[in-house]
Design a protein around this ligand. Structure first.
Ligand code: SPD
Length: 280
């Protein structure tokens, strides 16, 4: 039955007209898979929008390509979260990636995404470079060897429930420790409008933990306010700010949103109120 499926956040509803295909509770969260008229099939966790077929590229391209076009080397990539497969799919478009570990805490998110949102993971699930671990990404980062990844990407949900530990200093310090020299870290960093305090706190904290950290701004239509951010961090140089032209040329032709020009604009598009908050 077609009706409204909404995420409610701070007295505002963000909704799609559609129908519920699956609703179940895993040991970690409530998982809903929907079919919508406007954006195709979609996924919500604990009532919050995660992804949908016809707008997921806004999110996944923005998280992945500044990091994968900026890191010195991209042989070994770690994705924490990202159980729908979209982040892994974008990473594996880069032929320089030789091994990708995806660590997702909730195996049901992976199973339901593979069944109902197969386009989002695409060929990632069967790529020989891809290794899925169903487990705790925070423990994975804490236990991984020093300097064992070129790129670490955090594709988690909001800071409540199983994703809460993806927003704190200890976790970020482990991510820095496991990066190789010239490596890049990136995380989704919430909305500058709907999650202003969380967003500012994340950028501040990442600037304390890494030599450089910068937010990039874009849009994800169903997320609270529609206005979203991803924050990139590195030691030494802010390598994520400029895309390697050879890697970029190969990738950009098939991107819907990302291009080196879009990326430059996204880093420059810091709203004045966030710039002021960050300088306080
Ligand atoms: N408020 C939503 C934040 C969700 C971030 N992760 C989305 C998962 C897409 N792969």
């Amino acid at each position: 039955m077609v009706g409204w499926i909404d995420e409610e956040h701070r007295g505002v509803r963000y909704g799609l007209a559609g129908e519920l295909l699956v609703e179940e509770t895993s040991p970690f969260q409530r998982i809903s898979v929907i079919r919508s008229e406007r954006y195709g099939r979609g996924l919500l966790l604990d009532g919050c929008w995660m992804t949908a077929e016809y707008q997921e590229r806004h999110y996944h391209e923005a998280l992945v390509h500044p990091a994968l076009c900026g890191a010195k080397s991209i042989e070994r990539v770690l994705v924490i979260g990202g159980g729908d497969g979209g982040t892994a799919r974008e990473c594996l478009r880069h032929s320089g990636v030789q091994h990708l570990d995806l660590v997702e805490i909730d195996g049901r998110v992976v199973e339901l995404s593979q069944k109902h949102l197969a386009n989002i993971g695409g060929n990632a699930w069967s790529d020989p470079r891809f290794k899925l671990t169903v487990g705790d990404g925070i423990a994975w980062a804490a236990e991984a060897a020093e300097a064992s990844y070129d790129v670490v990407l955090v594709d988690g949900s909001d800071p409540a429930g199983p994703a809460e530990g993806l927003f704190n200093r200890a976790f970020f310090e482990h991510c820095r420790r496991i990066l190789r020299p010239g490596g890049v870290f990136a995380t989704q960093s919430e909305s500058p409008e709907a999650f202003r305090e969380v967003h500012v706190a994340m950028v501040r904290l990442l600037r304390e933990v890494f030599d450089h950290a910068d937010p990039l701004y874009g849009w994800v239509p169903m997320y609270p306010s529609g206005w979203w951010s991803w924050t990139f961090a590195a030691m030494g140089d802010p390598r994520y700010r400029s895309a390697d032209p050879i890697r970029a040329e190969v990738i950009a032709a098939d991107c819907e949103i990302w291009s080196p020009r879009w990326q430059r604009g996204g880093f420059e598009a810091i709203p004045a109120f966030i710039e002021r908050d960050l300088s306080r």
